[in-house]
Design a binder for this molecule. Structure first.
Ligand code: NAD
Length: 263
């Protein structure tokens, strides 16, 4: 491992569970100093922190922040810089879901979905960029979704937010292209995580299906591979994007969706 890698600090938002936890583990194994973030207290995040620490050989820094709050999002990036002196790699992963017809979606749920995924991505990028520009190096990976490229019914806020994350990614990439910084979006299909497990019952209700049918006909039907993407697959792609050999990949929306968006 090069000393350069060891000195780099990576923030992964929403990394106490699912895809974010897999990414935090992979970046820790790759030698970066990883900051884990989530909604939970540090005690409740203990199991995740142990997993990330086991990869790194040292416990990771944990910073609680509710990314539905713009000031807290900006403050999270600032606190990383204050505590660790720099912020080289940002993975904007935190996200939430709500399954409901658009005319039944409570406005508060719309606003929270947009705030957690899109607004926090803007606030954190905004706080991280000055330091990245000053050092002439930075990596930003935004976890969007196949729903950043395709729509599905009953997910209006999520689909709108993920499309917007892809647009933000492209814009930041153009603005930073000559500064040694890359900004990319990863667009996974269905990955079996607590976020997906929690929506099976709601999907069954709005589609009028059993939960088993939801998994087969709603979740796996759009993915030609007919299997869930594994969190580790998304983590490996993220790790690759942080490396030197990925310096020419910027402004991309990279699919990892079992062929969903090939159709
Ligand atoms: P998950 O529910 O397992 O984990 C979500 C994480 O976000 C947790 O660590 C949670 O603490 C954190 N979080 C939620 N609200 C937060 C808030 N207000 N402030 C701070 N942290 C908050 O979800 P997941 O399936 O691993 O999803 C991670 C990302 O991947 C999301 O952006 C999601 O949209 C995206 N994604 C997931 C899938 C999938 O099928 N699971 C597919 C495509 C994209």
């Amino acid at each position: 491992m090069s000393e350069d890698v060891e000195n780099k600090v990576a923030l992964v938002t929403g990394s106490t569970s699912g895809i974010g936890l897999a990414i935090a583990r992979r970046l820790a194994r790759g030698g970066y100093k990883v900051v884990v973030n989530g909604l939970e207290s540090e005690a409740d995040a203990g199991a995740a922190l142990t997993e990330v620490g086991a990869e790194a050989g040292v416990p990771p820094v944990y910073l609680h922040a509710d990314l539905a709050d713009g000031e807290a999002s900006h403050g999270l990036a600032q606190e990383v810089i204050a505590r660790l002196g720099r912020l080289d790699i940002v993975v904007n992963n935190a996200g939430i879901q709500k399954v409901a017809p658009v005319d039944e979606l409570p406005p508060a749920d719309w606003s929270r979905i947009v705030a957690v995924s899109l607004d926090s991505t803007f606030h954190i990028i905004r706080a991280a960029l000055p330091g990245m520009k000053a050092r002439g190096w930075g990596r930003i990976v935004n976890i969007a979704s196949a729903h950043g490229m395709r729509a599905s019914p009953f997910k209006s806020a999520y689909v709108a937010t993920k499309h917007a994350v892809v647009g933000l990614t492209r814009t930041v990439a153009l603005e930073t292209a000559e500064a040694g910084i890359t900004c990319n979006a990863i667009c996974p299909g269905y990955v079996w995580t607590p976020l997906v497990a929690a929506q099976v019952a709601d999907q069954a209700r709005v589609h009028g299906m059993s939960e088993e049918e939801v998994v087969r006909k709603v979740m796996l039907a759009p993915q030609p591979t007919r299997r869930f993407v594994q969190p580790e697959e998304v983590a490996e792609m993220t790790f690759y994007l942080t490396g030197e050999l990925a310096r020419s990949i910027t402004g991309a929306a990279l699919s990892i969706d079992g062929g969903w968006t090939a159709k």
